[in-house]
Design a protein around this ligand. Sequence first.
Ligand SMILES: *[C@@H]1O[C@H](CO)[C@@H](O)[C@H](O)[C@H]1NC(C)=O
Ligand SMILES: *[C@@H]1O[C@H](CO)[C@@H](O)[C@H](O)[C@H]1NC(C)=O
Ligand SMILES: *[C@@H]1O[C@H](CO)[C@@H](O)[C@H](O)[C@H]1NC(C)=O
Ligand SMILES: *[C@@H]1O[C@H](CO)[C@@H](O)[C@H](O)[C@H]1NC(C)=O
Length: 321
Amino acid sequence: MGLLVRFILLLSLLIIISALNVFPEKFRFGEKHTTIILDCKTNKNSVTWKREEAHGTVDVDSEYEKPNGTKLIVYDLQEDQTGNYTCWSDEGLEDYIYLLLDKSKEASDLNLNCTAETFSCAHSLKCSWTLDDYTAFRLRNTRDHGSWVSPSVDGVFHVPHTTNSFSEESERLRITGEAVSSCCYIKTDYSVYLRDIVKPAGPNITKCLQRKNKEKVEVVVTPPSTWPQPHSFFPLKHQTEYEIRDNGKFKTHEWEGSKVEIQGVITKLRVRCRDPLLLSQWSEWTPWKNVQDNKKGKRSKAKKKNTKTRNQRKKGRKNQQ
Ligand SMILES: *[C@@H]1O[C@H](CO)[C@@H](O)[C@H](O)[C@H]1NC(C)=O
Ligand SMILES: *[C@@H]1O[C@H](CO)[C@@H](O)[C@H](O)[C@H]1NC(C)=O
Ligand SMILES: *[C@@H]1O[C@H](CO)[C@@H](O)[C@H](O)[C@H]1NC(C)=O
Ligand SMILES: *[C@@H]1O[C@H](CO)[C@@H](O)[C@H](O)[C@H]1NC(C)=O
């Protein structure tokens, strides 16, 4: 095969593949070996059919693709019969429809999951879904009759829901996913209670103070802004991980409510939260926060030490120059 021909083939293949980075406006799908009838929307009595393939457009009229009036009957569907079908009259293009092979039954691990930062329907579910060899994806909240949602640039689907956070959730969410590639189609359903996928956003550390002359750190946190109110009705459990100043070891402590006192002299800490009633997933950790030292004597000592090392470093740099 000539280089140029190969290049053109590759190029047109790329064009075909990149064509399905979004869902085709009109498509049909069928399982392997089934018969599919494509219907041309036209006021003509008969049309001719063509299919766009990697190396151009082909006429379709064979044992396995029989035109009949304005219809095309596709028998024993196989992957090589997928593609964009166009129907033509003597006046030109009348209609088109993309035919895909349905592989939903072959797919095993669909890897679709969602989390919710809150019970409130003021915030969408965050879902992720990837599947090798597929190029366009969309999700829909079927329980709440939602419309299709495409992923945002970071690959996250923001799927709205209408769950009432104050009453017992009686019906599972049903999230329907569809994925397409240039040949194939997959549909899946993911069904879950909102309460089972709650993962709060990270809390805010509003105070983190070493108590004067005491080996205690006072910590105050506020719930993430997306957490539903009143907070007495939707409590949060917190966990902190902290570093002991003397030995650099890390410890954890758990408590409910916004305030806590942690024993010890601590350099830094971070906090995460979860719903204690549902035992929800933990939120992400907050960034590490340095403990503010209120103990003047100790503070200045530590400062002196720091100044010294900083001066030493400065000197070192001078010597190098
Ligand atoms: C299919 O062909 C029609 C007519 O040429 C075109 O408008 C449409 O964008 C094509 N669809 C895809 C997904 O290639
Ligand atoms: C077209 O369809 C009609 C009705 O289903 C059938 O009677 C006829 O035989 C078909 N024609 C061809 C050419 O297959
Ligand atoms: C989704 O769930 C699967 C299986 O439970 C897991 O392997 C995968 O890491 C999850 N993905 C995300 C983004 O949570
Ligand atoms: C933390 O507090 C700041 C300022 O009060 C606010 O802008 C931010 O949204 C809060 N973060 C969270 C996770 O609630």
